[in-house]
Design a protein around this ligand. Structure first.
Ligand SMILES: Nc1ncnc2c1ncn2[C@@H]1O[C@H](COP(=O)(O)OP(=O)(O)OP(=O)(O)O)[C@@H](O)[C@H]1O
Length: 925
């Protein structure tokens, strides 16, 4: 064996133990650098320190160059040894430990160098550690090597070697000095030491609060994500992207959410802990058979690791038996090989693993989807009003990504890592440490190149997704808006638009595709170089009879097997971060708490007539602008209360508060003396029947849609409800009668039919209280008459709240409440309010006395003259304030006749005089 300087160890006076120590140091030093760097970098990333530094170290460039110089000195030493070997005809020119040590140090510092070059704002301790080790270990190794050489004067090679080590040592010292000097200077300049202290908020407390809290949100995020982190780049770039498609918007929102949560949690570890909510869905808790399956899957994976060694090894044995290098029977060996292949194949362990795993996987997918769906359904109106339904549905589907992350780590990354470690150890054992080094070096270079290339393709990929979405939207717009396209004669325009979008997408896809092909080509070249180096070494050892020819075949097979784990690892970070972003969207939903809920153990609503009291009710949707202000009124049992007022005044909001779609911000709502927040939500809603402004039906048959109000209702009950809602006859005229499908959201029904089906539903429910929100807005007056009849049946004896713009609909209400700008400005019966000559009288007069404008010749908006005496294009209300007053005066003198004028029905007018409410209670006016 040759020592550091090419002289044979055996000739020196150094004892065995120190030689062993020296040999171990050659391996331990680069290993320590590598491990320290990896662990320190991981800690820095996990504790988010890499995101803290907002300005660069002033000497960073110089330090990076010095690090490069350190690597060069190792190659210089190797070149020196090669020159010595060449001159002295020594091969190998030094002992194997020294050469491997130098090569490994060059590789380890190479990894550190690559990390420093790539980091946007590095945290320095992962890079300083190796320098610190060098300060101690470099002289130690050198001194021990000098001790190991024979006594006598130094030759040129030894002088060169010592000088190179000295240069390296000085380089390391200089790099450290520059770091501390730069740190001190920048500290003096800025007055802070952000590089060492700049940790982010932990659990809501900012370590660098002074730095971050004064800044606007954007700038905080900017500094925050100031690494090369993809997600932050995405969020920032897409913020300014006006062409953001839903995919990009979702990704941006998820990545912003992730940033926010990371900021709150302080590090990745606590961040990852927030995903613990998914644990019961991923791990089959309380399902022993499934748990056993998971364990068996683990055993299968270990068996696969084992087979990955056995198969190449067996090929080597077969080759050796064929070439007579061993005395084994090739027939038997081939059979054993076939056996291994069978076990490792899709028909063997893989099949078994899938069989074991599929129920677990689907358990998890099913459990997450069901839990997410149920959670979403139980969230309150504020959530549903603020989220797009497509985003919610996407997020529920993203449940799969949680199990994907675990599967990637547990069932792919871990076994592949085992494969790679086993490969380098096994190859080192067979061919010696050089082969192990070649394997590790190839893997490191491969991963570096592959991850860089994937990162370089990020923009191209984003453009491709954008183009894909654009194509999708152009197509969808053309098809969905076909009638608009056709009626505006724009088919040609849409065709051009679509073909341009397709062309753009195809061009961008090609770019990405070619990028991937190029990336694979580079990866292949790296693997080929490693394979070539490994194969040369093997050939050398075979020709020197150190190993058998069969091992060559084993080596080739092993290398071929390693490409797929390497490719997987190169893309692992990307796929995990994509899955995490998707899981983030679901996590956000799962962590949203309903704002309207039943208190623990809340009693059921005890309904006794339906007395409703609004006591000083205030409400705001966004906690900023008050939508309802100080609303006070009481509705006695069976009373019909109508809300009128301008659009946006807050009428529908009052109904939503009654049904507890939202809770009041201040004040309270009581039903029969019970605060509705104190009773069980479901028992409250069970008492209330709603006919909404825009009823939504399910894409199902009419009968099923009506029956939705009471799932146990018989067909007869449904028919009765439809008869009561004056829709039965009409349904019978449909092609399939009650089995007619209503289309998505009831699109196949007319507005009036839709509203009557909604009324039938409410009738079938037989609620104790009724809320009608513009229930007859979509029907003509004749149909309305019939619906009024239906509604009368529905509301009979029930406390009813009506919102209506058409005042004729509500003039018979026991109480009319006028809402203006969220405030209750008037209340009373129709007659009282008309007499009061306030807001209601004004609204009433405008609706009653609508008549054509004076039909003198005038110009229409296009400048064309409209001839006098002809019917003008619009009927408008032309009452002047004076005219209004005089009309109201008339109304005041003959209220009943005004009622008749409005309703056109003696019957309804007669009822307006009825001071007794429908349940026999005296009206509370
Ligand atoms: N979910 C919501 N989130 C935020 N603001 C809302 C929401 N729903 C309604 N608003 C706002 O609250 C105000 C009152 O709305 P509301 O629907 O109660 O009015 P309305 O009097 O019933 O109007 P219309 O007669 O047109 O139905 C409006 O300004 C509206 O923009």
């Amino acid at each position: 064996m040759a020592d550091h300087y090419g002289t044979h160890m055996a000739e020196t006076a150094v004892g065995m133990p120190s030689r062993q120590v020296l040999a171990s140091l050659h391996y331990a030093y680069p290993t320590a650098i590598f491990l320290y760097y990896m662990v320190a970098s991981t800690i820095a990333v996990c504790t988010l320190q890499t995101r803290s530094s907002e300005h660069n170290h002033p000497r960073r460039r110089a330090i990076t160059r010095l690090l490069m110089l350190v690597i060069i000195t190792y190659f210089a030493q190797l070149l020196g040894l090669a020159a010595l070997g060449f001159v002295q005809h020594l091969f190998p020119p030094a002992d194997q430990d020294t050469i491997i040590g130098l090569l490994s140090c060059a590789l380890a510092y190479g990894v550190v160098f690559a990390g420093l070059s790539d980091a946007a704002n590095p945290v320095w301790y992962p890079y300083l550690g190796p320098f610190g080790m060098a300060l101690v270990l470099e002289p130690t190794i050198e001194v021990m090597s000098l001790k190991a050489r024979p006594t006598g004067p130094l030759n040129y090679a030894e002088v060169f070697d010592i000088s190179t080590v000295a240069v390296r040592y000085l380089t390391v010292v200089l790099a450290l000095a520059l770091y501390f000097e730069g740190n001190r200077t920048s500290g003096l300049e800025t007055g802070t030491d952000s590089e060492r202290q700049g940790l982010l908020k932990t659990n809501g407390h900012a370590a660098n609060a002074a730095n971050t809290e004064d800044q606007p949100e954007e700038s905080q995020q900017g500094g925050y994500g100031a690494t090369s982190d993809a997600s932050t780049d995405d969020s920032q770039s897409s913020d300014t992207d006006s062409d953001e498609n839903p995919y990009q918007r979702r990704e941006r929102k998820a990545s912003e959410q992730m940033e926010k949560r990371l900021k709150e949690k302080g590090n990745w570890v606590t961040y990852a802990k927030s995903f613990v909510v998914f644990f019961p869905y991923v791990w089959p808790v309380n399902r022993r058979p499934l748990q056993i399956r998971v364990v068996l899957v683990g055993i299968c994976l270990l068996a696969m690791n084992f087979l990955n060694v056995l198969i190449p090894r067996q090929l080597g044995i077969i080759t050796d038996s064929l070439s007579g290098n061993n005395d084994k029977n090739p027939w038997t060996e081939v059979l054993i090989f076939a056996g291994y292949k069978l076990v490792a194949s899709e028909a063997g362990l893989s099949l078994l693993r899938q069989w074991l795993w599929i129920p677990v996987e689907y358990y998890s997918f099913g459990a997450i989807s069901t839990a997410a769906y149920s959670h979403v359904l139980n969230l309150s109106s504020d959530f549903h009003d603020s989220k797009s339904s497509s985003d919610i549905m996407m997020a529920i589907q993203c449940g799969q990504s949680i199990s994907n992350i675990l599967e990637s780590i547990c069932f792919r990354a871990v076994p592949m890592l085992i494969d790679m470690v086993v490969a380098s150890v096994y190859l080192s054992a067979i061919f010696g440490p050089y082969e192990g080094f070649i394997t590790v070096a190839t893997a490191a270079v491969f991963m570096y190149i592959a991850t860089r290339m994937i990162a370089a393709l990020k923009d191209a990929r984003r453009n491709e997704v954008g183009a894909w979405y654009k194509e999708h939207y152009v197509r969808q717009a053309g098809i969905q808006g076909w009638s608009t396209v056709a009626s505006f004669n724009q088919i040609g325009h849409e065709e051009d638009r679509y073909s341009a979008a397709v062309e753009d997408r195809v061009e961008k896809t090609q770019k990405v595709y070619f990028g991937y092909v190029l990336a694979y080509a580079f990866q292949f070249l790296v693997v080929l170089s490693g394979l070539l180096a490994g194969a040369f070494l093997a050939v050398y050892q075979i020709t020197h009879k150190q190993v058998s020819p069969g091992t060559f075949i084993m080596l080739l097979t092993y290398w071929a097997q390693m490409v797929s784990p390497l490719t997987f690892f190169a893309g692992l970070g990307k796929s995990i971060s994509r899955d995490l972003l998707q899981a983030e969207q679901l996590l956000e939903i799962m962590q949203t708490k309903p704002t309207v809920f039943s208190n623990e153990g809340a009693p059921d609503l005890q309904f006794s007539g339906g007395k409703v009291r609004f006591d000083n009710v205030w409400f705001s949707y966004d906690k900023k602008k008050d939508i309802l202000k100080n609303i006070n009124f009481t509705a006695t049992p069976g009373m019909t209360v109508a809300f009128v007022g301008a659009t946006g005044a807050g009428k529908s909001t009052i109904l939503k508060l009654l049904d507890r779609f939202y809770d009041v911000t201040k004040g309270s709502i009581e039903i029969d003396g019970q605060d509705i927040r104190e009773v069980d939500l479901s028992s409250l809603r069970a008492q209330i029947g709603v006919v909404p402004q825009a009823p939504i039906l399910f894409d199902d048959t009419i009968i099923n849609n009506v029956r939705y109000a009471k799932l146990t209702a018989t067909d007869e009950e449904v028919y009765e409800a439809c008869k009561a809602a004056s829709i039965h006859e009409q349904i019978l005229t449909f092609t399939d009668g009650y089995n007619t499908k209503v289309g998505e959201r009831g699109i196949k029904l007319s507005g009036g039919e839709l509203q009557r089906v909604a009324i039938a539903r409410a009738i079938l429910k037989r609620p104790s209280m009724v809320l009608l929100d513009e229930a007859t807005s979509a029907v003509d007056t004749e149909t309305e008459q019939r619906i009024q009849e239906a509604l009368r049946k529905l509301c009979e004896g029930r406390t009813t709240f009506i919102v209506a713009h058409r005042l004729s609909t509500i003039m018979n209400a026991d109480r009319i409440i006028v809402i203006t700008g969220g405030e209750l400005v008037e209340q009373g019966s129709h007659e009282d309010l008309i007499r009061a000559n306030g807001k209601y009288a004004e609204l009433w007069s405008k609706q009653v006395f609508v008549k054509p404008k004076d039909t003198k010749d005038e110009e229409d908006p296009d400048g064309k003259t409209v001839a006098k005496g002809r019917k003008p294009p619009n009927i408008v209300n032309d009452l002047s304030p004076e005219a209004t007053s005089s009309e109201i005066a008339k109304v005041k003198s003959t209220p009943t006749s005004a009622g008749q004028a409005a309703s056109g029905s003696d019957d309804t007018a007669a009822k307006s005089d009825d001071k007794q409410d429908r349940s026999g209670h005296k009206k509370e006016v």
